[in-house]
Design a protein around this ligand. Sequence first.
Ligand code: AP5
Length: 215
Amino acid sequence: MKLILLGAPGAGKGTVAKQLTQLDGSVQISTGDILRGAVQAGSDLGKQAKAYMDRGDLVPDELIMGIMEKRLQDPDCKKGFLLDGFPRTIPQAEDLKKLLVKLGIKLDMAVNIDVPRNVILDRLTTRRTCSNTKCQAIYNVKSMPPKKEGICDKCGSPVVQREDETEAAISHRLDTYNKKTAPLIGFYDKEGMLLTVSATSSEAVIDAIKKKLRA
Ligand code: AP5
């Protein structure tokens, strides 16, 4: 699979991507996870990105394109990849299109996971994430709690709330999504490669993707 996963913060892009990787070995590429790893490592990229992320703003397109140009050429992408949180702006989508032509890669589709705003707000305030940057498993205190409270089932590290999960940052991320990222739905529709799935269950989203890929 070579997919783009679109959707508002909290729509379930990360959750669906992690489940899709189990199907055929495609890799999940989450720009959010890469940036959080860089912040935790204190790298130059992390230092540049942190303030934007804490406010709920997008990190500048040039930084993101620099990361993605390298990442898409890693050997593990040959099996397939699920782009989670990228592209996020029209300039990123245009640059990605050029980059894919240059690399000779053809995408299957862009999947827009459409979830009502009240569900999103509830999910984001109750999400917890594994603090180990190599794991970054996603939990939810209501719908998908870890077996042992506060501890990751997969690696045993503490499960924490993300720094951009304050009420102010969540509201700003949703506004930023509406202004800068939602226009990508029209962009990929025009390209003839959009699949919109209006569903709150990850299984329903995955079934719709499988059905479309088979077709
Ligand atoms: P990023 O990490 O990409 O955050 P996001 O897009 O805001 O998306 P989220 O990770 O918040 O949500 P998600 O849709 O993956 O939902 P999840 O599966 O976790 O980006 C963070 C920041 O990095 C950005 O604000 C920006 O600053 C920067 N950045 C990243 N990429 C960038 C780019 N390309 N350009 C510029 N800046 C960039 O699910 C949410 C919760 O719901 C979880 O608790 C989960 O357990 C639960 N849940 C999910 N599905 C279900 C379900 N079916 N039923 C019940 N609960 C569910």
